[in-house]
Design a protein around this ligand. Structure first.
Ligand SMILES: Nc1ncnc2c1ncn2[C@@H]1O[C@H](COP(=O)(O)OP(=O)(O)OP(=O)(O)O)[C@@H](O)[C@H]1O
Ligand SMILES: [Mg+2]
Length: 500
């Protein structure tokens, strides 16, 4: 793309060669390829200004900087008031403003973003809409999935725009993107033309980055503003809000064309009627602004009813008929690694969950309790990160499970035995052997849990979720929690200790 076209489209002032041909957008000088436009963003990784020389040495065709930055002669320069916003605008422009060519929903909140994103994507796909999604777990287009191994839920603007462009190319009509508050603050989705802004809950987590609850809420609320201001694609701009959440009061004051609320009571636009908890999930009639539909959810936990209502709001706003929403939700089997069932016909339940902190371990166990006839067995460990409350995990397991196995989870260079000891310290009043065991080798720990499970029990394998590696002192080794669980179950089934 010609530099002058790019500058015009993104609202930048061009100094230098207008004919320069731009081959890509880079914000990390280490990853500049010849012909790229290097966008010097303040504080994205480090201060981009300091890396202009390196980017030029690597063949950057031009650089984008803020007005006060001096650039030595010899290279074309784009000046923009904010290169953070600029990075988003330039990326969108470079990839042909893809979000103008599909209907786009953003999902934000503290918990449940990934689940709602993939639920909505699933409903869209099953209703015959070609859809794409981006989440913590994966990028999908038309049901084809690529693991998100970036370690970032919402990628930087060039990656976001590149994926949207790939979706458009593949014929996608709709896309759903998981949007973190970091991403909103850092303008990574700035040039995304949203049609729907969906909110799960807004808890009081993540306050290390956002100084106060108000700031945090404010960051998330920007998704509504972005949506209200985005290009018109014939979809009424809609905010889908959790009426039962503390955030509702504030979020509902943000101006937008249409506001749909969801919650457990009839005060919400979307709510369940005749709710019944079933063995694997729940069943209810869903009231919506566009009629009613029968819903069978095959994912456990009460919060998944909220997630389903939220996803339903997103899909209805994007134009999916109400009866297709019910049908689509019924076929949703959960997100990889989020209370993901492993069912090989054994007579106890096994779930894999990403919970790797005291609070999330406690809530995952609490959510599984109503679905568990007999004992609830947990397998988990604490990671090496020093900010994790290790005794807290022990306490959570002691309080919310009937039996637990302390094992290893990404110990990095720390001694897993020491970590397990820290975890165990929280399990006050619990006796080794009777109430819990310590099995350091995770594979052996999983096998042990499967071995001791009896009919009606539930085994929760917590911590690894969708992750594909185990990080130890030896480096990163491949890990697949589901494969481990399946092998253990198969071996036990094969030994004839239970009927399949
Ligand atoms: N609506 C909800 N309310 C409360 N907790 C939830 C909700 N949905 C999911 N959870 C819990 O949070 C965990 C993570 O769910 P999910 O991955 O969908 O959330 P997320 O917002 O994408 O999280 P992350 O910040 O890690 O990307 C689930 O396994 C479950 O324990
Ligand atoms: Mg997520």
């Amino acid at each position: 793309m010609r530099l002058d076209e790019l500058a015009r489209g993104a609202g930048a002032v061009l100094e230098g060669d207008p004919d320069a041909e731009i081959k890509g957008i880079a914000y990390d000088s280490r990853r500049v390829s010849p012909g790229d436009l290097f966008v010097a963003v303040q504080g994205l990784r480090v201060d981009g200004q300091n890396y202009i020389a390196e980017a030029v040495a690597k063949g950057a065709a031009a650089v984008a900087v803020e007005p006060s930055v001096k650039v030595s002669a010899g290279i074309a320069v784009l000046r923009m008031p904010s290169t953070r916003i600029g990075l988003a605008e330039l990326s969108a422009e470079f990839y042909g403003r893809p979000s103008r060519h599909l209907k786009l929903a953003g999902v934000t909140g503290t918990d449940g973003k990934t689940t709602v994103t993939h639920m909505a994507e699933h409903v869209l796909q099953t209703s015959g809409v070609v859809a794409g999604a981006m989440s913590t777990v994966s990028f999908t287009i038309s049901g084809r999935e690529v693991d998100n191994v970036s370690g970032q839920t919402t990628n930087e603007a060039p990656e976001v725009q590149a994926w949207l462009a790939r979706m458009v190319e593949a014929g996608a009509e709709c896309a759903v993107i998981e949007t973190t508050s970091h991403a909103l603050v850092q303008e990574r989705v700035r040039a995304c033309e949203f049609d729907v802004a969906a909110f799960t809950n807004v808890g009081r987590d993540h306050l290390d980055y956002h100084a106060t609850w108000d700031d945090y809420l404010e960051a998330k609320a920007r998704l509504i503003d972005l949506t209200a201001d985005a290009a018109d694609k014939g979809v009424e701009k809609t905010a889908v809000l959790n009426r039962d959440d503390l955030s509702y009061e504030r979020l509902s004051r943000r101006p937008i064309a249409r506001r749909w609320t969801y919650g457990m009571t009839t005060a919400s636009d979307l709510h369940p009627l005749d709710l019944a908890i079933t063995g694997a999930g729940s069943r209810f009639r869903m009231k919506t602004p566009q009629g009613e539909t029968e819903v069978t959810l095959n994912v456990p936990a009460r919060f998944n009813i909220y997630n389903a209502l939220c996803a339903a709001g997103v899909c209805l706003a994007l134009g999916v008929p109400v009866e297709d929403v019910g049908r689509g939700l019924a076929g949703f089997e959960g997100v990889r690694g989020r209370l993901e069932p492993v069912d090989l016909g054994q007579d106890f339940r096994v779930y894999i969950d990403f919970a790797h902190a005291a609070g999330s371990l406690a809530s995952a166990l609490a959510e599984l309790r109503p679905f568990t006839r007999e004992r609830l067995i947990a397998v988990f460990g604490s990671t090496a990160r020093s900010d994790h409350d290790r005794p807290g995990m022990g306490r959570a397991a002691a309080e919310f499970s009937d039996f637990f196995i302390i094992t290893t989870d990404d110990p990095l260079s720390e001694d897993p035995v020491e970590i397990a000891r820290d975890v165990q310290a929280g399990a006050i009043g619990k006796e080794p052997g009777r109430d819990f065991e310590v099995v350091i080798d995770r594979r052996a720990a999983i096998r042990r849990a499967i071995e001791i499970a009896r009919p009606g029990d539930t085994v929760l394998l917590a911590g690894k979720g969708h992750e594909r590696s185990m990080r130890t002192a030896r480096g990163s080794e491949p890990w697949d929690e589901r494969a481990e669980a399946e092998t253990a179950i198969r071996d036990r089934l094969g030994q004839g200790t239970l009927s399949p």
